[in-house]
Design a protein around this ligand. Sequence first.
Ligand code: MN
Length: 204
Amino acid sequence: MTLTKYRRKRNFKTTSEPFGKARSAGAKAIFVIQKHAASHLHYDFRLEYNGVLLSWAVPKGPSLNPKDKRLAVQVEDHPLEYAGFEGTIPAGEYGGGSVIVWDNGTWKGEDPDVGLAQGKLRIELSGHKLRGAWALVRMGGATGGKNWLLIKENDKFASTQDITEAAPESVLSGKKIEEIGDEASRSQRSKRNKKNAKKISAAS
Ligand code: MN
């Protein structure tokens, strides 16, 4: 598990996403779910493990209903600092679009090395929106590919409430993803305008 693939996809001179460095041991394992308005809206589900964030892209987002099986496509590991990233990835960059921290907290559960190899990882989440027992189940089992299913297990935190609708906002800023996007495009526009104004005054 390294960040080689993550870094190769990004130009850190252009994007404000973190480059990634190791952090001290002993801290509780965190999880984060980032709502990401890229070309297709999705939720990035990330679990801290071995100094990185194991990551899955969940197109429909998590569901509190144990009857729902939400597709979760495993993507490259991300650096730990990515868990605090909220902002806008510039258009034209990998994953261009706005990101909010939709939920975060800590997790515990089975050893991911075993779970990842066997194709079933049972975990317990302590977040603001997501709590209790969850399972990640790989389609095709141990020999399957990148496609997993994220499923809420039946416990007192299971519900038929649509949590992505009921609680769309960031747990960091309280903002909805549309508000982040607007703010970012406004500030980009104002930067561009300032640059253009300089060019114009330099040319005249
Ligand atoms: Mn994403």
